[in-house]
Design a protein around this ligand. Sequence first.
Ligand code: HDE
Length: 699
Amino acid sequence: MAKRPSAAKSVGSEIKETSGAGGELHQVTADPSRWLTTNQGLPVADDQNSLKAGARGPTLLEDFHFREKITHFDHERIPERVVHARGYGAHGFFQAYAGNEDLTKAAFLCDSQAKTPLFCRFSTVAGSEGSVDTPRDVRGFAVKFYTSQGNYDLVGNNIPVFFIQDAIKFPDLIHAVKPEPDRAFPQAASAHDTFWDFVSLTPESTHMLLWAMSDRALPRSFRMMQGFGVHTFRLINAKGKATLVKFHWRPKLGAFSLIWDEAVAIAGADPDFHRRDLWDAIQAGDFPEWELSVQAFDEKQAAKFDFDVLDPTKLIPEEIIPLRPLGKMVLNRMPDNFFAETEQVAFCPANIVPGIDFSEDPLLQGRLFSYLDTQLSRLGSANFQEIPINAAKCPWQNLQRDGHMRMRVDPSRTSYEPNSLDMTAPREAGADGFQTFAAPTEGTKLRIRPESFADHYTQAHLFYKSMTEPEQRHIAAAFAFELGKCREVKIRTRMLGHLQHVDAQLAETVAAKLGMPGQADKITPAVPTNLKVKPSPALSQYRDPPLTIAGKKIGLLVTDGSDAKLIDALVKKAKSEQANVQIVAPAVGGFVDSEGVKRPADHFLAGAPSALFDAVVLAPAADGVPDLLKLAASVDWLRMAFAHLKIIGHTSDAAPLFEAAHVDPHADDGLVAIKNAKVADFIAAAKRHRIWEREPNVR
Ligand code: HDE
């Protein structure tokens, strides 16, 4: 055992500043040359046994070390977020492109030389902190920029619209989707009566429901997810000119999704699928990137749209207002401590900088209140902004004082303004500070929804119409699944009534899948659907997907005797395309390849269903196949890869597995024979991601 220094030397712990593009955070380093101490710095002699009255006697109250240790443990948990409880974050930076000054004076969007540190947290909405990563759900996409003018938080989602138009309905929406309060289930699922009861009585949610039932609610990876600011915001330039904008994040790897059956399998095989994916990528130096863009428009253009830009259930088709790139975000460092950073980070849409301003969207207006309020109870003190992950990285000073857990020591005699005693006290910045854009407002107090928010179906129709056939199939299947989980018939018939106004064919398909044709309620919309609305092809994920396997995982099934040349060729080729090969062997101890070399495995077969991979290769040795055939997991591996429409590479020795799984190795061009370790055809095919044409035959 290492010799420790004298007790006198071991008192206290060292504070070190960690650096990195993610910024500076206070981090306490564990120093192996120092003793374990109490919180007071007292070296602890024995951390194995509590202090007792006699070897078999009761523990003594005097045992201050035991009491301190257990008391701290008893208070280790804080309330989880009321929504977005399950999340995962990373540090990174933002770098603006040159030439944004016509739109905004925000320093971090104008200085193309600066790398602004940031922290980004992705989340599911409905589930608890301990729920799984892959439920059908909206994903949060929140970014805190530590800018030179203060923290700016862009707190968005991976879907560009929302369920409700007014923040006053948010508690109702969330109460409806969370586990039903009497029975406390289902967890992390919208497929239950109370959710569908609420949304079917809230027609404004129809557009968002189409998105939530689409593959967007099943992202393949945080790294392959778009983000949206949802509301209309304002950008203000140095001349005081305002431009209305919608924010968009686009992932460099492209936007990809899981298939529902796959998401269900993953939930069991790897509940941390998305966290692990982000962790693995960043630890491997494979830093994910997103481009930040805006759709920029003015009030005149807004007035011409056939929807209201203040209505958060509406989007602006990119074909009408194209995306204008502003800069890029790179995530390049995982937090050192999940609780200190990811759990304690507090985002707030009201955290704003000069050059950006709000709009009058009533959902946004409500959010401006809610976040600070919820954080006061979640983080327990008005001083939560002093926690390193929340603290501004530019200097900050004001006259707020005291409160629970105040860390900052303000030395001044005065903490009021105006004062004549301390001329160094902080003063207002005037024109150099944040100035609210002088937007005109109306004068009468009203509890009312504007008429311009009344069309609840046209954009739902627009979305459905803009999807490819497989995307439409998935939407119909998701509605049927979720409504199928509702016990109340009246909820199903009411929802079918709404779907008739979205799209007749969708309504019919869902009714048929539910075995309820002709049972839709008659619903008279306030504004009839404009069926002539022009589709927006940009809304589809699959119409024009990037042909790439960058950032993806290939599962390679091997046995003892598998071809060493093939394995090496696949790993090399995949690497050249920025993809990753993971070896799946019958046992985790590894396997001996055709050249007699013992190699490690990344997974054992029973623990790694093919759902975990984007594409698979079956390369067992002929001798290994009889044993593989005895394992249900190996037949399932192939059967599921086929059912999940994956690209499947195979050697001729794998033929008996195909027979056992009832999969025709020539069924379509997603099944690629690999001969003589030549893997180029397989990799080329894998860039297609999935074979959609296969789907009608397998589902
Ligand atoms: Fe949130 N939301 N939200 N939300 N939201 C929270 O704040 C709220 C909405 C979003 O990773 C809470 O600190 C209201 C839209 C994200 O920590 C809470 C309304 C969008 C996150 C809250 C909305 C979001 C939250 C819970 C309707 C996309 C997670 C914990 C008016 C544009 C941030 C917390 C993180 C979290 C309120 C609707 C995004 C309660 C009242 C629309 C990404 O304050």
